[in-house]
Design a protein around this ligand. Structure first.
Ligand SMILES: [Zn+2]
Length: 116
């Protein structure tokens, strides 16, 4: 089923509070401003995560988790890094990833919803 899911309003990643934006007009404006179509986009300068919410639930959840992980990568300073081994990548990101899950119970609750 496709509908507009109600996502949590914020995501905390360490000291950073990202607004989660699902408004279609805001998403369209962002897509125009960066000249790119997306299902999700994390803007670390404006502390905003854009997520299209009119997709099947699993796509919305996958998109939000994808952007959450970009935010964690940014916070630990490995945004865009492609040279880490899998073990190094996990070691560098794991504690903040766990802390982000612990600091955002509403996001975890949304991520673990299942379609009826
Ligand atoms: Zn990405």
């Amino acid at each position: 089923m496709n509908r507009n899911y109600l996502l949590p309003a914020y995501l905390y990643v360490g000291p950073f509070k990202y607004a989660i934006i699902t408004d279609n007009d805001a998403i369209n404006a962002k897509q125009l401003s960066i000249n790119n179509q997306f299902a999700g986009c994390a803007d670390h300068d404006e502390l905003a995560i854009y997520v299209k919410s009119d997709m099947p639930l699993a796509f919305v959840q996958d998109t939000l988790l994808h952007e959450l992980r970009h935010c964690v990568n940014h916070a630990v300073g490995i945004d865009g890094c492609t040279e880490l081994t899998q073990e190094d990548y996990i070691s560098r990101t794991n504690a903040l990833f766990l802390g982000t899950l612990q600091d955002n119970p509403e996001v975890v609750e949304f991520m673990t919803l299942k379609e009826d």
